[in-house]
Ligand binder design. Structure first.
Ligand code: ARG
Length: 462
């Protein structure tokens, strides 16, 4: 085994099992681009501040760029025996440049280095996840536009409650996604501060320029406290929180789609390309994608608990426990992207069975509130109207009728206020179209919120 870079203090080589146990390159190797990006900024600053000779800085930057190109092209493979990506890149640089390469780590520690890498890496991931989330919102808006007039039952307690439109239902999810986007943006803003130059924990004795490296890497400013700079993993936790909420929204919609695909509902039919069959039951068409999204939500929540638990007892500053941050947050990020990438085309190809939605809305006395409101609008106090309507519903159930098919004389037996126009008042379309209040299910109200949501989404499609 090759000597460790920190071998100076040790009289023995590290035990093989410890080496394997300690190594993180298997999972932090994916940050090679960001590690090199951070090192280039650091080397630039070292040269500009005269901490290392300018020629060395230039040579180091050239060497780092070549290493990046070689990893990108596959000409250079990451060494699985290396301790981590930071050590690997530095060792490779020294292998290529000799003594000059050894100057790169001046005025820096792996503790600030890993914190920079992870911030840079997650900043890119947030951008990609935000774009996918906006795309999903857009897919839902397109469907909502097609279904502003598609009447369906709205539920509370999963019992048919009041009539809504499918467009209205879909738009509810769009607003959740818009909040998710806002949270992602907020997380990105708060995490965009540079720990580079915090050193191991106590800064350095060199006259570094932390503002310069922060600027070169696109950070808002250097982190103000070196201990905080290397100890902070709030950004991982915050991001995972935002992702858990995003997954919660995907999971709730998934659950609804699973219900809607069942023969009991049959409101939608998934495209054959986005459903799977059973190995034994020939009739089956299973909504596996949505079930997996629902399942993976638990996994992303697990990642959040991993991070929170990992951090809660750590004294300042860096502790090796923190190496565990990456697998958790990478798992969360990877799975959210996978879910979004699969969900978007699945939704775009999903067939909506309008007749079944409408038929379901026509049964279950979904217009009972409207029947009561009819009496109220003719002067009756709401509580009395509510009671009369309840009695009528019970009568319908007994006779196997609906409010639409109950004869007028039965209405009139309850109160003379009822006239022929009650049938118009409880007509499904009247009930939906009349719900004009802001944010409501009427086609006009839904079109209004579609315009608002499209405005909010515009920046993601600029
Ligand atoms: N691989 C380490 C991590 O992911 C890098 C930082 C190591 N720092 C140290 N002092 N051992 O956290």
């Amino acid at each position: 085994m090759a000597d460790m870079m920190w071998a100076g203090r040790f009289s023995k080589q590290v035990d093989e099992t410890v080496n394997a146990f300690n190594s993180s390159i298997a999972f932090d190797g994916r940050m090679y681009r960001h590690d090199i990006q951070g090192s280039i900024a650091h080397a630039t600053m070292l040269g500009d501040c005269g901490i290392i000779p300018k020629e060395d800085s230039i040579e180091i930057i050239g060497g780092l760029k070549k290493i990046l190109a070689d990893i990108d092209s596959g000409a250079l493979e990451l060494d699985p025996a290396a301790e981590d990506i930071h050590m690997f890149v530095e060792a490779e640089l020294t292998k290529r440049l000799g003594d000059v390469g050894k100057r790169l780590h001046t005025a820096r520690s792996r503790n600030d280095q890993v914190a920079v890498d992870l911030r840079l890496y997650l900043r890119d991931e947030i951008k990609e996840i935000s774009e996918l989330t906006a795309k999903l919102a857009n897919t839902l808006i397109s469907a909502a536009k097609e279904h502003t007039e598609t009447v369906m039952p709205g539920y509370t307690h999963l019992q048919r409650a009041q009539p809504i439109t499918f467009g209205h239902h879909l738009m509810a999810y769009v607003w959740m996604l818009l909040r998710d986007l806002d949270r992602l943006r907020d997380t990105a803003r708060r995490m965009n501060y540079s720990p580079l130059g915090c050193g191991a924990l106590a800064g350095t004795t060199y006259a570094t320029n932390r503002k310069q490296t922060a600027e070169l890497l696109g950070f808002t400013a250097p982190m103000a406290n070196s201990l905080d700079g290397v100890s902070d993993r709030d950004y991982c936790i915050e991001l995972n929180c935002a992702l858990s909420l995003l997954m919660t929204h995907l999971s709730r919609l998934s659950e609804e789609i699973i219900l809607w695909c069942s023969w009991e509902f049959k409101f939608v039919e998934l495209d054959d390309a986005f459903a799977t069959g059973s190995s034994i039951m020939p009739q089956k068409k299973n909504p596996d994608v949505t079930e997996l999204i629902r399942g993976k939500t638990g996994r992303v929540n697990g990642d959040l608990v991993t991070l929170l638990t990992m951090m809660k007892g750590l004294p300042l500053a860096y502790n090796k426990d923190m190496q565990e941050d990456k697998e958790a947050i990478f798992d969360a990020v990877d799975n959210v992207k996978l879910c979004l990438k699969t969900f978007i085309p699945m939704l775009a190809t999903m067939r909506v069975i309008k007749e079944n939605m409408r038929n379901a809305a026509a049964r279950g006395f979904i217009n009972a509130t409207d029947c009561a409101d009819y009496l109220v609008k003719k002067g009756m106090p709401f509580r009395d109207a509510y009671k009369i309507t309840g009695t009528l519903v019970a009568l319908c159930i007994e006779k196997g009728l609906t409010l639409e098919t109950l004869p007028l004389d039965e209405y009139k037996k309850m109160t003379d206020i009822f006239g022929k126009d009650v049938y118009e008042a409880i007509n499904l379309d009247t009930c939906v179209n009349g719900r004009l209040s802001e944010g409501g299910p009427s086609p006009a109200a839904v079109r209004e919120q579609i315009a608002l949501a499209e405005e909010a989404l515009k920046e993601y499609f600029a």
